[in-house]
Design a protein around this ligand. Sequence first.
Ligand SMILES: [Zn+2]
Length: 316
Amino acid sequence: MMDRRQILRAGLLTPALLTPALALAEQFAGTYRPQAEQIAEGVWIVRGVDEPIAFANGGAIANSAILATEDGPVLFDPGVSREHGLALGAVALDLCGKPVARVYVSHLHPDHALGAAAFSPQIVHALPATRAELERDGNGFTDAMYRLLADWMKGTALVLPQGDLTEGDVIIGGRHIRLIALRGHSGGDLAILDQASGVLLAGDLVFNNRASSTPHADLAQWRLALDRLATTPHRLLVPGHGPLDRDGSAIAQTRDWIDWLEPALRQAVVQGMDMSEAGELPIPPRFAGMKAARYELQRSVSHLYPALEAELLPRL
Ligand SMILES: [Zn+2]
């Protein structure tokens, strides 16, 4: 169990989000209804809502993708809960006529990872770093999600990925894909390039018109990962959150946000602002159309400020 302070430190919740989900559970009638949109031959995106995790959305905020193969569909990111994973699996079965053959978990965050509970652990694969991070934080995430999402989470136990990935080209059911092992948004960030379609599944290394979240970020590594994605030829990019990127702008936008965020917070520390003042920093007009910008700025302050203060403030 994580206590409330640990959960806050892990960046899962802001105080405003600690609403009494259990009180709402009595009238619970929620059902996940994921909608798949075909974006290339044998490739579908399932969009999350561009909001913070909340009871009202069942935590279904991350994008997922489905790739058809002769052995059955590949599901990239199985959602936030067992029910969510089951619903995504049903969509994949409907589209491809076979049950899910392989699940890839892009990284440890609960909105992407906990839906693995709907699948046999043997078909769930992730980077070794992601597996290690889930071993460390997964049960804490599950507890926190139960508190926020209540009945949406029923039956969701942590499933650790059994398949450890390494970078490289693989063929699944006749489909050629490249596994790209990166880090920066978290300690292990998997991206996948579908060779036939040129669709790049970027996970949370790329956000599109939705502000990036930073609870486990290493911003220097994140920039290197963005360099790598930018130089990986692709036609379409599925971001972890936000709409499909058709014009190549989402990688640059993600970089622009973190390149603004880090010096802005450093300057706020040097100017002597406290955390609540830093959370109210003006957001540049070029990010006006970006969803959840104020919310993610305030979360980033809570994750990044203590270390910046320790680094930048004179010791008394
Ligand atoms: Zn994430």
